[in-house]
Ligand binder design. Structure first.
Ligand SMILES: NC(=O)c1ccc[n+]([C@@H]2O[C@H](COP(=O)([O-])OP(=O)(O)OC[C@H]3O[C@@H](n4cnc5c(N)ncnc54)[C@H](OP(=O)(O)O)[C@@H]3O)[C@@H](O)[C@H]2O)c1
Length: 302
């Protein structure tokens, strides 16, 4: 936690989409002088009514605060907004909460350093209404000095975690967490489509799906331990060969019920590859090693 005392630090928020507006709202609620800028004017009226200062020149908005938070659609937009202002960033902390890849984060960190800014990259693990509530957490990487100096302000948005000096680490963790989420959402989509093909109500099926997924989630620590130790020997109950034998039924029932199997075929291919590689007796956790096996050409496993 920061040891700094004194009046609330002025904060500038660049980008007033759903997320930027929520971020600005959290600083206003905590009494911080808050300057806002958005490409399209007219999105700041509510924030201004709550005490924000809206500026129409991005350079002026950046100059208004030592802590500048940018949250726009994507990294090209970040550069489109900040490239023209040049030296104004010098001596400030730039926190970029825009979603992007580790490579984009690293490149932006270098770009910011060349302009004299202390750069932190961040990933927001919350939806806008969750900002500033205990449900939100945010991941940061890059300048440790910036994180330490502004920890208190960053914690106002949601619990702040610092992952290391490599600016790409926050994006990597963010995208991995989103991968877990979208994998689950893909399962939701396919499962609801399957039962829907027999006109079974989604609300009725959800009452079965929820406890089933909770039970599967309890497997997570065991998975993590096996992956970390590299020990994929299975305790007899559910080896890969058994699961690879049952999995084609998921594909077949989809075709039989008129449901596109697209979301499941990638998993089938991976299971088949594991079987061919002689992992039939292993735990499903071995699939992680197959995904990360060296690639011969782009996208083609060795
Ligand atoms: N919403 C969420 O649940 C959520 C959760 C976690 C992370 N995020 C991330 O937070 C970021 C912002 O999301 P959001 O929900 O606020 O999106 P949004 O509501 O669609 O707003 C997009 C913002 O980006 C600005 N923008 C887009 N292109 C621009 C450009 N070329 N130059 C300048 N400004 C540009 C828009 O300005 P205009 O008003 O002028 O169009 C607007 O302020 C994204 O990277 C998103 O992935 C969002």
């Amino acid at each position: 936690m920061s040891e700094r005392f004194g009046p609330p630090v002025p904060v500038t928020i660049i980008g007033l989409g759903a997320m930027g507006t929520a971020l600005a709202g959290a600083y206003l609620a905590a009494g911080h002088p808050t300057t806002v800028w958005n490409r399209t004017p007219g999105r700041a009226d509510d924030l201004v009514a709550r005490g924000a200062v809206e500026l129409h020149e991005v350079a002026g908005a950046v100059a208004a605060s030592p802590l500048v938070i940018v949250c726009v659609l994507d990294y090209p937009a970040v550069r489109e907004v900040l490239d023209p202002i040049g030296a104004v960033l010098s001596g400030r902390v730039l926190v970029n909460l825009t979603n992007g890849t580790p490579a984009q984060a690293r490149e932006t960190a270098t770009w910011a350093a060349n302009r004299g800014a202390d750069y932190l990259d961040g990933g927001i693990m919350a939806v806008p209404p969750g900002i500033g509530t205990p449900a939100a957490f945010l991941l940061y990487s890059g300048s440790e000095q910036a994180f330490t100096a502004y920890r208190r302000e960053l914690d106002l948005l949601g619990a702040a975690s610092y992952l290391g000096t490599d600016p790409g680490l926050a994006a990597l963790h963010d995208l991995a967490l989103l991968t877990g989420m979208y994998g689950m959402f893909a399962g939701f989509v396919h499962a609801f489509a399957l039962v829907g093909s027999e006109k079974i109500r989604a609300t009725e099926f959800a009452s079965l799906l929820a406890p089933w997924l909770h039970a599967m989630l309890s497997e997570l620590p065991r998975w993590a331990e096996r992956i970390d130790t590299g020990d994929h020997t299975t305790a007899v109950v559910s080896n890969l060969a058994m699961q690879a034998t049952a999995f084609p039924n998921l594909i077949q029932v989809s075709r039989d019920q008129g449901v596109r199997p697209d979301l499941m075929v990638g998993m089938q291919a991976l299971l088949d590859r594991a079987l061919s590689a002689g992992h039939g007796d292993a735990d499903l956790t071995v699939l992680v090693e197959l995904l990360t096996a060296p690639q011969t050409t782009k996208g083609t496993p060795a």
